[in-house]
Design a protein around this ligand. Structure first.
Ligand SMILES: C[S@@+](CC[C@H](N)C(=O)[O-])C[C@H]1O[C@@H](n2cnc3c(N)ncnc32)[C@H](O)[C@@H]1O
Length: 250
């Protein structure tokens, strides 16, 4: 999807931002792969508004190359200003990065957007040092029923089925391109601290599936989430299971 043709970049951070605790939890999970490297070089591929880029630089003492094809998403990312982060406009299929420069490629919620997944993995292999890591956060078809908005927006089911990959497909695609699976886990991830906050976030429609719904379907679903929020306990967080994979280049 071309994010520059949508309004998503404007509301993305308000619709998708993490609490500090949630971000720290993810950084801690990701950091296990580069522990021990003094100044790792990390490529945040498909960085979007950079919600991970600056955190990776700050928490891991890393040099971060943050790449995305969308000018609007990159403009948001650049506004976060961190001297350790270099922003480049590029698609994953053609990375303007020299061979073996990178210790870890990090990809969050971008794998399903690639036009040519195999070419992206070839590029990852090329820019990674030997035994370098790919850390991948992704949605998968197996988890569709765990995504919090799905029961409220039933029209998203076929869209998610068409868009997301299965866990098996992701693992096989990496294996066929010369990556070993190091680990896979399903990480419970807080989408919002309660259903009220979740409804507010959804209102920004910062999601490539929700933007494909008709306004009528979207408004109907949002209303259903708000009704649910009115009766849900205020201290009940909205939690989803997110697939996290770590691969190593052979
Ligand atoms: C859902 S956003 C994820 C952004 C960020 N990684 C995060 O987790 O917040 C998907 C991003 O993938 C980018 N994207 C789409 N096609 C891409 C491609 N071929 N190569 C790299 N990034 C791409 C979009 O521009 C968008 O910024």
């Amino acid at each position: 999807m071309d994010y520059d043709k949508t309004d998503m970049p404007r509301g993305y951070d308000r619709g998708r931002n993490y609490s500090a605790a949630q971000l720290e939890r993810w950084i801690s999970i990701i950091s296990q792969s580069v522990r021990g490297l003094a100044t790792p070089t990390i490529l945040d591929l498909g960085c979007g508004t950079g919600r991970y880029s600056t955190a990776l630089a700050q928490h891991l003492g890393a040099r971060v190359i943050a790449s995305d094809p969308s000018q609007k998403m990159l403009a948001q990312a650049r506004s976060k200003r961190d001297p350790r982060v270099t922003y480049i406009r590029a698609r994953g299929e053609f990375l303007p990065i020299r061979d073996k420069l990178v210790d870890m490629v990090f990809m969050s919620m971008v794998f399903h957007h690639f036009n040519d997944r195999i070419q992206v993995l070839q590029e990852c292999h090329r820019v990674l040092r030997k035994r370098g890591f790919v850390c991948l956060r992704a949605g998968t078809v197996e988890q569709i029923e765990n995504y919090a908005y799905v029961p409220f927006f039933p029209q998203t089911r076929p869209l998610l089925q068409r868009t997301l990959d299965s866990r098996g497909f992701i693992e096989a695609t990496f294996r066929d391109r010369g990556f070993d699976l190091d680990r896979h886990q399903l990480v419970p991830s807080e989408a919002a601290q309660n259903w009220h906050a979740y409804a507010e976030r959804l209102g920004y429609r910062a999601d490539s599936i929700l933007v494909q719904l008709s306004d009528r379907d979207f408004d109907g679903g949002l209303e259903a989430v708000r009704r649910h929020a009115a009766t849900a306990p205020r201290d009940q967080p909205v939690v989803e299971l997110i697939d996290f994979f770590v691969f190593r280049s052979a």
